[in-house]
Design a protein around this ligand. Structure first.
Ligand code: GTP
Ligand code: MG
Length: 203
């Protein structure tokens, strides 16, 4: 995809504020600070359209970014949303705030009818947490199409990347019926693979 235009549309606090134009949506989920907002910026080649922070807990609402692009080989215009959700598992958030964030995420995943793909972001350096496992199970139970992206691949040696992705897949998806990818929002590598996958689900 060659991205032509990307713009922030709305930070929604409730489903009535979700865009009602029926465009496809690709949503980012994962623990706080794993790089969901950075993933969006890297894919669309913008520095800070989705607000990021080294402090966990930056994204608090359901953020919609409208993307217009052209499919490389076919010259077809495409419009869709990247949806940036708040991260889970941020221990410094008060219990009440964590509950509220969880409500935003669940409400979005349940009520949005235009989700084409859930991108579950993990940190390539770590084992999936109990929260990651819970999110993974929830996505599967809801029958949502899903890919797993192991971010921050720049933090480990290139020669270790494939092995770590396999290790994470063995833990989460021993049946190996889902796609797992390495990624680095920081170094902007593996983006072509991701775009290929995203385009596959948009069609
Ligand atoms: P919340 O909004 O709190 O849920 O976090 P988030 O998942 O949106 O994370 P965000 O994109 O704000 O990134 C968190 C921190 O990780 C920032 O300091 C980013 O620069 C950094 N980061 C994101 N992706 C990568 C990556 O691929 N490699 C490295 N080294 N750092 C990254
Ligand atoms: Mg964020």
């Amino acid at each position: 995809m060659k991205v032509k235009e990307s713009k922030f549309i709305i930070s929604a606090v409730n489903p009535r504020q979700y865009p009602d134009d029926n465009l496809n949506q690709i949503v980012l989920v994962g623990k706080s600070n794993v790089g969901k907002s950075s993933f969006i910026n890297t894919m669309i080649n913008r520095k800070n359209l989705a607000r990021t922070s080294s402090e966990p807990g930056k994204t608090r609402l359901v953020n919609f970014y409208k993307i217009r692009g052209v499919k490389q080989d076919k010259d077809i215009d495409q419009e869709f949303y990247f949806v940036d959700l708040p991260g889970y598992g941020y221990s410094k958030m008060s219990k009440a705030q964590q509950v509220e964030v969880g409500k935003f995420v669940e409400e979005y995943l349940q009520k949005s009818e235009n989700i084409k793909l859930v991108v579950l972001l993990l940190d390539i350096r770590h084992n999936p947490t109990a929260d990651d496992k819970m999110m993974y199970d929830y996505i599967i139970k809801q029958n949502l199409p899903c890919v797993i992206v192991c971010n921050k691949a720049d933090k480990i040696a290139v020669t270790k990347v494939d092995g770590e992705v396999t290790r994470i897949q063995d833990t989460l998806n021993p049946l190996k019926d889902l796609s797992f990818f390495p990624f680095s929002a920081e170094r902007k590598i593996y983006t072509d693979n991701m775009w290929e996958k995203v385009e596959e689900y948009l069609n």
